[in-house]
Design a protein. Structure first.
Length: 256
């Protein structure tokens, strides 16, 4: 395994990427929270610092946690939604957007991120494994017929249906919830078929997304990780480049 951002290591990965984008679906890029860190959005573990440091992630990003203290969880998401709305795609997002424009159909971008920075950075077909933090949904399916609509949510922390009392929650995938079936199936199929999987800015601690790199490797793809720190899936990689997304991706993708 090559753990170095040395020029020859970067050049070796650039050669792999150049060959991968010559083939439809040849490249899969899997991103995590580190992808958006240089846009000012804290990584998931960073987000547990400061005001929220005394809470366990599973108390904030789970249905049990939301039911136990809806105000606390709603406020945490409200603060993060403000951060996402204020953020701009960074040079790493832009580099992926440029690659998509130059090689339409060659790259499939799969993200665990709940922000919209890949789409705004120029990759509209990004597969979102963990949902969309700016979307609202009812906590439980509405049992009424006709069903209560979004208009019946009365403002609050969180908003509550004025007709049936149902709560509004963010449209993300919490711990213990199934990922959107179409999204994880498309990601797994792409991982099986690609020639190169480029994994950027994820700790590799959360499943089933963490299993995609191993899946790609077992099917014969070359796996490249970009991360300034060790991750839990470094052993799946043929190349590990220690660097940040906004620095490494433009360097890797320029001119390809
Ligand atoms: C930089 C950087 C820079 C910094 N540039 N890099 C198998 C084994 C064990 C457990 C399980 C298993 N399968 C399923 C589970 C349970 C669970 C799970 O994985 N638990 C683990 C904690 C062990 N998974 C689930 O529950 C999933 N559902 C599921 O499996 O359904 C089936 C099922 C149901 C019931 C029972 C059993 C199975 C759902 C997972 C949903 C994850 N949701 C969250 C919250 C989304 C909403 C929100 O944002 O609030 O998704 S959790 C959180 O983690 C978020 C992220 O998308 C996800 C991954 O985190 P990510 O992106 O890796 O971020 P970080 O912060 O961890 O790491 C950042 C990285 O960036 C670091 O490495 C830095 O070094 C790096 N970095 N700056 C590049 N500038």
């Amino acid at each position: 395994m090559d753990v170095s951002p040395a020029p020859d290591a970067v050049e070796a990965v650039r050669s792999l990427l150049r060959a991968a984008v010559a083939v439809p679906g040849g490249l899969v890029v899997l991103t995590g929270a580190g992808m958006s860190a240089e846009s000012g959005i804290p990584t998931f573990r960073d987000a547990m610092t400061g005001l929220w440091s005394r809470f366990d992630p599973s108390d904030l990003a789970s249905e049990e946690g939301f039911r136990a203290d809806p105000v606390r969880v709603w406020d945490w998401y409200a603060q993060r939604r403000d951060g996402v709305r204020a953020a701009e795609p960074n040079a790493g997002h832009q580099a992926l957007g440029g690659l998509h424009r130059r090689h339409p159909g060659a790259m499939l971008l799969v993200t665990q991120n709940v922000d919209n920075l890949h789409q705004r950075g120029g990759v509209p077909g990004t597969i979102r494994l963990h949902g969309d933090i700016l979307a609202d949904q009812w906590l439980q399916p509405c049992a009424r017929r006709p069903a209560c609509g979004p208009h019946s949510a009365a403002p609050g922390r969180p908003p509550r249906c004025a007709d049936c009392g149902n709560l509004v929650r963010p449209g993300v995938v919490w711990f213990g919830e199934m990922l959107p079936a179409a999204a994880i199936e498309a990601a797994e199929q792409a991982a099986r078929r690609c020639r190169v999987m480029l994994v950027v800015g994820t700790s590799g601690a959360v499943w089933p997304a963490a299993g995609l790199a191993g899946r790609a490797r077992r099917e014969g793809a070359t796996v490249v990780i970009v991360n300034p720190e060790p991750s839990e899936i470094d052993d799946e990689a043929h190349h590990v480049l220690r660097g940040t997304a906004a620095v490494m991706l433009p360097r890797l993708l320029e001119g390809i």
